[in-house]
Ligand binder design. Structure first.
Ligand code: ADP
Ligand code: ASP
Ligand code: MG
Length: 406
């Protein structure tokens, strides 16, 4: 007997026919004594449509009401999938995130799971039912509905798998594994047989939307290998795990990612004195605005004036603007610029540690394509460049071609 968690994303359950096909596949691959939890996302573009609905009412939504709205998408697909299992002759029960015991903190729209009380799920599994759990949602200790951030159903799946100590955690999606770059952007991208948690986490953080970053973090924390594969084919897919087991360790770079959900903020003409960076970034941190790349540039050596340039997620830009404008009463600066016309391209690979040629190769690929780099940031296993939004596809392809020549 095995306990298996299978997660199906929005495009896998986009229509009633696809929902029935998912139920059919799960039943076909199930051994008679296997216990199965299926986590599902909202059908197709439902979450985007719900966001548009809210925007049609107001652009001043609160996090609480937004999450109340967004969580309905997954509630539709769990009920329909449970009905599909019943139609095919297998008992199933649908559960919202709250019924499945997910508690979260109170950061609406990007809540973090704080616990899972999986007793009810276990009980239903022991009664022989397939349990269908709504991805992406939880409940605060005050009983408010939260969501885990876009793509958060992956995290629900890995959290359930870890909580139940499942034998396997499988993420079914519309691609047949993890590729060296988004295959929709780089047609020559290569599928990997396996990738380490560390590298996948970095790729996900830097824009590889195929996995929710937090899901990989949970996989790493609980050492729950994640098997990513296609809903529509039988291809073997990719394993995300602690260590490489095969020949793939020889790759220095594992992937080239891009992120267009970036806004560049420049606080211009700030006096160069202690406490300035603290003031700017603590103000943003208090409002939960995540800051990513940061550059402090000196105008002229003798002028003691600097510009502070940094990036945040586009969704946080209006709030950041408000907060920074308010700061004008506490510190002097000559201007504030917000530019959403930027994107970040990154190379990721644990092999770049102690391999200085990687940065040069990356910058060389952009230079030869005539693409200007506005900001650079690095971690131990990645290098990121901020560039003009319009050139992002070209940039990713140019860098990918250098590291993965045919
Ligand atoms: P789901 O709805 O199943 O969660 P997503 O749209 O969230 O699916 O993720 C799958 C998509 O991720 C793919 O269609 C692909 O375009 C994109 N993607 C981005 N980077 C990668 C990558 N490195 N490997 C595979 N897919 C990627
Ligand atoms: N439905 C949510 C979204 O579109 C969660 C998910 O698909 O993982 O972001
Ligand atoms: Mg997803």
């Amino acid at each position: 007997m095995a306990l298996i968690v299978k997660k199906f994303g929005g495009s896998s359950v986009a229509t009633p026919e696809k929902i029935i096909a998912v139920a059919r596949r799960v039943l076909k691959e199930k051994n008679s004594d296997d216990q199965i939890v299926v986590v599902v996302s909202a059908m197709g573009d439902t979450t985007d449509d719900l966001i548009s609905l809210a925007k049609a009412i107001t652009d001043q939504t609160t996090g609480r009401e937004m999450d109340m709205l967004l969580a309905t998408g997954e509630q539709v697909s769990i009920a329909l999938l449970a009905m599909a299992f019943a139609k095919l002759g297998h008992e199933a029960v649908s559960m919202t995130g709250f019924q499945a015991g997910f508690t979260t903190n109170e950061m609406f729209n990007k809540a973090k799971i704080t616990g899972i009380a999986a007793d009810r799920v276990r009980q239903e599994l022991n009664a022989g039912k397939i349990v269908v759990v709504a991805g992406f949602q939880g409940l605060t200790k005050n009983g408010d509905i939260t969501t885990l951030g876009r793509g958060g159903s992956d995290t629900t799946a890995v959290a359930v798998a870890a909580g139940l100590k499942a034998d396997h955690c499988e993420i079914y999606t519309d691609v047949d594994g993890i590729y060296s770059s988004d295959p929709r952007v780089v047609p020559t991208a290569r599928r990997m047989k396996e990738i380490t948690y560390n590298e996948m986490l970095e790729m996900a953080r830097l824009g590889a939307g195929v996995m929710h970053p937090r899901s990989v973090e949970l996989g790493m924390h609980y050492d729950m290998p994640i098997h990513v594969r296609s809903t529509f084919t039988q291809e073997p897919g990719t394993f995300i795990r602690e260590e490489y087991t095969m020949e793939e360790k020889e790759f220095v770079i594992r992937g080239v990612t891009h992120d267009t959900n970036v806004a560049k903020i420049a606080v211009l003409g700030v006096a160069d004195q202690p406490g300035i960076a603290y003031k700017i970034f603590s103000t943003l941190a208090e409002a939960n605005v995540d800051v990513d790349m940061i550059v402090q540039s000196v105008r002229a050596m003798d002028k003691h004036i600097i510009d502070m340039v940094f990036t945040i997620a586009q969704g946080d830009a209006p709030q950041a603007k408000k907060l920074l404008e308010r700061l004008k009463t506490e510190m002097e600066f000559s201007g504030l610029m917000i530019d959403e016309n930027v994107a970040k391209v990154s190379v990721v690979g644990a092999g770049m540690l102690g391999n200085p040629g990687i940065a040069a190769t990356t910058f060389g690929a952009l230079a030869d394509a005539g693409i200007n780099i506005e900001v650079i940031s690095t971690s131990e296993i990645s290098i990121s460049c901020l560039i003009e939004l319009d050139r992002v596809k070209e940039a990713v392809n140019a860098i990918h071609a250098r590291f993965f020549p045919d």
